[in-house]
Design a protein around this ligand. Structure first.
Ligand SMILES: [Zn+2]
Length: 181
């Protein structure tokens, strides 16, 4: 996995592209949740589910279908006042879907572990992107607080955090330019 910090930062940056006028904090917080939740499948590892299993780490919970279901669930629970399949609900749901997918894409850019089962539950093949510059994050927190964690954060600074910051600056700049023109 990439670190939880990078998943949260990437989701926040995606949220700056378009966000509702009301309850902005909830919107971003739920986006961060969607981007971080897939790694709870590490608990299955601890329960003995093999990494390469459909429900192992980077399996079903990192798939496109799960990202879709997760987005749908969040919208139905936290935006229940919006009409089902209305433009507003689909726009918000798309953001939560993108947050989930951003997790899988970042994991597929790491240099360790098995790949990501993007197409689970139909296909458990694990995929990486052709470009994998992100140092894989350890599965246990103890290993993170040391030399390995510094390597992870350094690679994520270049390949996740700075690009996320640029996206956020671009989004706010574009919004301001539109407001003034
Ligand atoms: Zn992950």
């Amino acid at each position: 996995m990439a670190s939880i910090f990078s998943h949260a930062i990437a989701a926040s940056a995606l949220g700056t592209v378009r966000y509702p006028k009301k309850e902005v904090f909830n919107y971003f917080a739920l986006g961060v949740f969607c981007a971080c939740f897939p790694d709870f499948d590490v608990l299955f590892l601890k329960l003995g589910v093999p990494y390469e299993h459909m429900f192992g780490h980077r399996g079903f919970f990192h798939s496109l279908i799960f990202a879709y279901l997760q987005g749908l669930f969040i919208v139905r629970v936290f935006y229940a006042d919006l009409t089902f399949a209305s433009r507003a609900s689909m726009t918000i749901g798309f953001y939560f879907f993108c947050c989930g997918v951003s997790h899988s894409i970042l994991d597929a850019m790491t240099n360790g572990g098995l790949g990501v089962a993007f197409f689970a539950p139909f296909d458990n093949t694990r995929y990486f992107l052709p470009w994998r510059p992100i140092e894989v994050s350890p599965l246990d927190t103890d290993s993170f607080f040391g030399e390995w964690g510094i390597r992870v954060l350094k690679s994520e600074l270049y390949y996740v955090m700075i690009p996320s910051l640029l996206l956020a600056i671009g989004s706010f700049g574009h919004r301001r330019w539109k407001a003034e023109s």
